[in-house]
Design a protein around this ligand. Structure first.
Ligand code: FES
Length: 141
C-alpha cells in the first residue's frame, strides 16, 4: 500500500481508562497518529454492534474499542460485553469479505499513556498495510 494512504481510524475509548490514558499520553508528549479519532464513551459496554458497523459505513478504515482492564470495568462487565461485540463484528466483516483485523478490542488502564500511543500506532500500521476499507470503495463507486 502506498505511503500516502492515511487511514481513518475511530477509537471508542472508555473515559475511565483509555480516554484518560490518551490524556496522559498527551501530557507525556508521546506522539500518536492524528488520523485516530477518539470518541469518548462512559464505558465500552455502551458501544453497540451498530456503532461499530456504522463507523465503517461512515468511512472508517479501522475501528477499535479500548476499555478498562478485565475485572476493572466500573460497570462490572461492560468491557467483556464490548469484547464479545467486537468478536461478532469481526465475524460479520469476514462474512462480507472484509478483513476482520480492521476491528479490535484493547484493554488498558488510565496509567498506560505509552500503551495508548502504542495501540494507536499499531492500529494505524495495521490498517495502512490493509489499505482503504472496501466499504469506502463501494461508497465512492
Ligand atoms: Fe471502562 Fe467499563 S468502565 S470499560
Amino acid at each position: 500500500m502506498s505511503d500516502s494512504f492515511e487511514p481513518q481510524i475511530i477509537a471508542f475509548c472508555c473515559k475511565y481508562c483509555a480516554y484518560a490514558a490518551a490524556d496522559l499520553a498527551g501530557s507525556m508528549r508521546l506522539s500518536y497518529p492524528s488520523n485516530v479519532k477518539i470518541t469518548q464513551v462512559p464505558c465500552t459496554g455502551r458501544v453497540d454492534i451498530v456503532h461499530l458497523l456504522r463507523a465503517f459505513e461512515n468511512g472508517a478504515d479501522g475501528v477499535y474499542v479500548a476499555g478498562c482492564m478485565e475485572g476493572d470495568c466500573h460497570f462490572v462487565s461492560g468491557n467483556l460485553k464490548a469484547r464479545k461485540r467486537v468478536e461478532y463484528v469481526k465475524k460479520t466483516l469476514a462474512e462480507l469479505g472484509i478483513e476482520p483485523e480492521r476491528v479490535e478490542m484493547y484493554n488498558l488502564s488510565s496509567a498506560m499513556g505509552p500503551r495508548f500511543a502504542e495501540i494507536a500506532n499499531e492500529m494505524t500500521a495495521r490498517i495502512k498495510k490493509l489499505g482503504p476499507s472496501p466499504l469506502n470503495n463501494k461508497k465512492a463507486a
